[in-house]
Design a protein around this ligand. Structure first.
Ligand code: NAP
Length: 290
């Protein structure tokens, strides 16, 4: 069994971007990070994004409207960033406070600055196999992990657990694309799927993104499969100071001995998400300067 080291692969991507950004003449790329309110997880995610941007040489503009911001105010702020030629990429941190319409906010972004990849146009470009768009960061990170760990999906049966718009659906579309490294045969499972285990047992590559701690057990996996565990779940653990530990959607202790390659949680897909956001920001910068 080979561990797919997401920390190392993300560090490699960050180092490559740093080298590339150092060659740019004029102002460096700039990402606007918009965080509405003080959701604690969002505070730490935005900090991490700011830190990684700085490491690469990407400028970040942090915008922190209060939790009471209205939809009209948020959309005005987005319009201003859309029109600002010194901003290449815009990220509106999810989740927004409940009274705000997140999908509408994402649609308001200029598609060519939507480095998080949730604008309708960018989701459509994934389906059309148009590489000028931005792929959402977690699915893009999964594909990069597969590529860089030497897993070619051609001719493989790829089973995806979960059909969310941020992970399951886009990663299924990417695995299906008729291009080098992809070209897989894809089965997409969800809560309405009958006998999920019968399908996962056929998977050459299994991508688990359902948000259920240790759902995938050894009896659900074909020996030799490549396993990508996207899940991040908190389970109570009295031995930890925090009172919990993080676990994936895969029961790592029993599944990993069967797998040919597997991502750990943490240290697998997680670190890739920020790295791909930075890659998208550099892409937006370059596309604005043909
Ligand atoms: P989500 O929006 O809650 O979607 C979960 C999906 O799993 C849904 O499509 C649901 O089906 C399906 N599902 C739930 N229970 C199932 C079952 N028993 N059998 C088959 N399908 C089932 O979740 P998400 O946002 O995609 O996130 C999934 C996991 O990935 C979470 O643990 C999340 O924390 C993690 N995540 C990690 C990263 C990262 O950077 N590593 C990024 C994003 C998410 P229905 O559609 O029928 O409801």
């Amino acid at each position: 069994m080979e561990l797919i080291d997401g920390n190392q692969i993300a560090a490699d991507i960050i180092a490559e971007l740093k080298t590339e950004v150092a060659t740019f003449a004029g102002r460096p790329p700039c990402i606007a990070l918009v965080r509405v309110g003080e959701d604690p997880a969002s505070v730490s995610y935005v900090k991490k994004k700011e830190k990684t941007a700085a490491e690469i040489g990407i400028l970040s503009r942090i915008i922190l409207p209060p939790a009471t911001t209205t939809q009209v105010e948020l959309e005005k702020l987005i319009d201003d960033l859309n029109a600002d030629p010194t901003v290449d990429g815009i990220l509106v941190q999810s989740p927004l406070p409940k009274h705000l319409d997140e999908a509408a906010a994402f649609r308001r972004l200029a598609a060519h600055k939507d480095v998080d990849g949730f604008h309708t146009l960018n989701i459509g470009k994934v389906a059309q196999e148009d590489d000028t768009g931005f792929v959402a960061c977690t699915p893009a990170g999964i594909m990069e992990l597969l590529r860089r760990s030497g897993t070619d999906l051609k001719g493989k049966h790829v089973v995806v657990l979960g059909r969310s718009l941020i992970v399951g659906k886009p990663v299924a579309l990417l695995a299906l694309q008729k291009k080098a490294g992809a070209n897989g045969t894809v089965t997409l499972c969800h809560s309405g799927t009958k006998d999920v285990a019968a399908l996962t047992r056929q998977a050459d590559v299994l991508i688990a993104a359902i948000g259920r701690a240790e759902f995938v057990t050894a009896d659900m996996v074909k020996p030799g499969a490549v396993i990508i565990d996207v899940g991040i779940n908190r389970v109570p653990d009295a031995t930890k100071k925090t009172g919990y530990r993080l676990t994936g959607d895969v029961h790592f202790p029993t599944v990993s001995p069967l797998a040919s390659k597997i991502t750990p949680v943490p240290g697998g897909v997680g670190p890739m998400t920020v790295a791909m956001l930075m890659k998208n920001t550099v892409k937006a910068y370059k596309q604005a300067r043909p």
